[in-house]
Design a protein around this ligand. Sequence first.
Ligand code: AMP
Ligand code: MG
Length: 283
Amino acid sequence: MDYAKKFQVKPGDKVNLDKVDAGFKDQHKSKEDALELIETYNSKLKELQYLLYAENKHSLLICLQGRDAAGKDGTINHVLSTLNPQGCTVSGFKVPSAEEAAHDFLWRYHKAAPARGQVGIFNRSHYEDVLVVRVHSLVPEAIWSKRYDQINDFEKILHNNGTHILKFYLHIDADEQLKRFKKRIDDPQRHWKISESDYTERNYWNDYTSAFESAMEKCSTTHAPWFIIPSNHKWFRNLAISEIIVQTLESLQMKTPEPTVDITQIRKRYHEILQKEEKSKPK
Ligand code: AMP
Ligand code: MG
């Protein structure tokens, strides 16, 4: 299935989240039904990351956004845990520290952007500065309204310097969020995940909807597309996201770099060493 095409917000599209089915699971009946495909993508992802690291030419930035309990942590745990940690950084963004707040809003995100050969995962991202900040008027409208263009410029800079950007909005509906809140209450192992803000933010459901819609309408570009991922079913979310990442990395047509040494010479030297050491071994 071409989920990249299906879920991508095309530049110029209007977004109406209430019309998007968060429970969509395509032709798959259950998780078991999709398991084989998920595993195929996971192993492809591993191979592609190896190439990204070896080629050391491109980088990949994955931004995860969504409401509370939408599954940002779960996506990192399930999809992105197949990656080699040596080629990967995960950055979570919370309320800015005093130092972060003293800089321009993009400073902390630019610092965390992936180096060449690396995958960078943003758990929340620069979009918070037009989401929570807009919903709660943390800065005046005259300031946040200019940030869409600033974000587009920032992403263009990253792209022009070899960073491929994928932005996923994990779409759950209000019933699913309540179900997940209940699961957290019922399971003592999950109590630590409950925060007061989950409940206060739910009161701003429609304001967040508008803020997410604006962000996706204004900032989905061909070089840094937004995808709306139906996420009520966690396994479907994982499947769709891994397919899109695999497709993006495949399109880069990466190759392992040319060797920096003469392999024929090296092979000869290896055999010389082998012979010498064999000879000097006590019989
Ligand atoms: P969590 O991801 O559950 O650990 O929560 C992080 C909290 O930090 C969320 O409530 C976010 O809305 C908040 N947050 C993240 N970025 C910003 C920002 N730029 N300004 C204000 N709050 C933020
Ligand atoms: Mg939270």
